[in-house]
Design a protein around this ligand. Structure first.
Ligand SMILES: Cc1ncc(COP(=O)(O)O)c(C=O)c1O
Length: 384
């Protein structure tokens, strides 16, 4: 049973008690060995599902919600400066990120756990709080990573359609999740739609959810929108986990940094599945980014302008678009979305994927103004 090696006898007993079969244990062990962020799946892996090979060097890459601006100048300088110390375990760099975040977010430092991005804590939360009897409850269409991780290990997944105005249907999520719901996953703004769920509705879910279940709010894109964060619920010691990543507004998808913000007892449940030394380049860049006062409002404005211009263009040409507040949006192509994804690639414009729940919609990431001009020209051509 070497495959199960990372799970000790207590882990195995606990998992069997939670309703996992012995067959599931091997998969869980594989997930734990991989630091809970195996092939399943982060945004880039999901974008690759439709196999992006041999991308031309001059292609427009608006397929995986990256930030074309990349890290800010101060972050780049901090990362480069620390490279020469790369032979050291500088744990203090991680502590620095946690301290700055805790001050900025109004929570104790023990409530912040830093990760190399937010995929790992997302998967770890699935491991910690779901099982065959305790479902993951999420929106449809929604960010698939948690659902895929849950399905992989044998946990139950319940997908609840967004409301007609593209919010998480929290009442229906509560109803369908039932008394044994394990983890409610709310992504705000939602990936792929870029639409918001009002904070009052997230608060309603937190107040009404069954005892013992957890509400995880994925705030990967919140800085880009006008939505409030939910760290105040964490500070009030609710059963809430806020997930943060530096991959989006901070432009650090390749440099890697992120965090889970939650009560220490919840963080302990995540952390039991593995942690370790984090890359000091990512940590130094994260600290430097957090300290730039104008970065968020400037980038929010810039991304917002390009998004508004692009959506206006599409509406002017009579396409149906979903009103987004994020760095991605969905447009109805009135035919199987993958036809258009493929046709756009021939024009050297790589757009995002298609969700089975909305087969005629494609997701498009907001790139630079120049990239979106190329997108517009290619889109009109392939849709003609
Ligand atoms: C909603 C959402 N959550 C989490 C992530 C995880 O990203 P990362 O691991 O780069 O932090 C992504 C990536 O695109 C995302 O879209």
């Amino acid at each position: 049973m070497t495959f199960n090696a990372p799970l000790n006898a207590n882990d195995r007993k606990d998992l069997i008690n939670r309703g996992f079969s012995r067959r599931n244990l091997g998969k869980i062990a594989a997930m734990v060995t991989a630091g809970a962020s195996m092939p399943f799946y982060n945004e880039s892996a999901l974008a690759q599902l439709s196999k992006v090979d041999n991308v031309p060097a001059d292609a427009v890459m608006i397929n995986s919600n990256e930030n074309p601006l990349g890290p800010c100048t101060e972050a780049k300088e901090a990362a480069m400066k620390i490279v020469s110390q790369g032979g050291r375990y500088l744990y203090g760099e991680t502590d620095k990120v946690a301290k700055i975040m805790s001050e900025q977010e109004g929570v104790k430092v023990s409530y912040v756990r830093v990760y190399p991005g937010s995929s790992a804590p997302l998967h770890q939360a699935v491991l910690a709080f779901t099982s065959p009897e305790k479902p993951l409850v999420m929106a449809d269409p929604g960010y698939e990573a948690g659902g895929r991780a849950a399905a992989f290990i044998g946990s139950k997944v319940i997908k609840v359609p967004l409301t007609a105005d593209y919010k998480h249907d929290v009442k229906e999520m509560l109803k369908q999740g039932g008394p044994n719901a394990g983890l409610f996953y709310i992504c705000n703004p939602n990936n792929p739609t870029g639409t918001l769920t009002p904070k009052s509705e997230i608060e309603w879910l937190v107040a009404n959810k069954p005892k013992g279940s957890i509400v995880m709010v994925d705030e990967a894109y919140t800085h880009i929108s006008t939505a409030p964060f939910n760290t105040d619920l964490v500070a009030q010691d609710k059963d809430v986990i806020s997930l943060r990543t530096f991959s989006k507004i901070y432009g650090m998808a390749g440099l890697r940094a992120g965090a889970a913000i939650a009560r220490p007892d919840l963080l302990d449940k995540l952390g039991g599945w593995g942690a370790g030394m984090l890359p000091i380049t990512g940590m130094a860049a994260a600290s430097a980014s957090l300290l730039q006062k104008n970065l968020i409002p400037e980038r929010r404005k810039l991304i917002g302008q390009v998004r508004v211009d692009t959506l206006e263009f599409l509406e002017k040409h009579k396409f149906k678009v979903v009103p987004s507040e994020s760095n991605c949006f969905m447009v109805d192509v009135k035919q199987p979305g993958n036809n258009i994804v493929t046709a756009m690639r021939k024009e050297k414009v790589y757009i995002g994927r298609v969700w089975p729940a909305w087969p005629t919609y494609v997701r498009v990431t907001v790139g630079t103004a120049d990239e979106m001009k190329k997108f517009q020209a290619a889109f009109l051509k392939v849709m003609a």
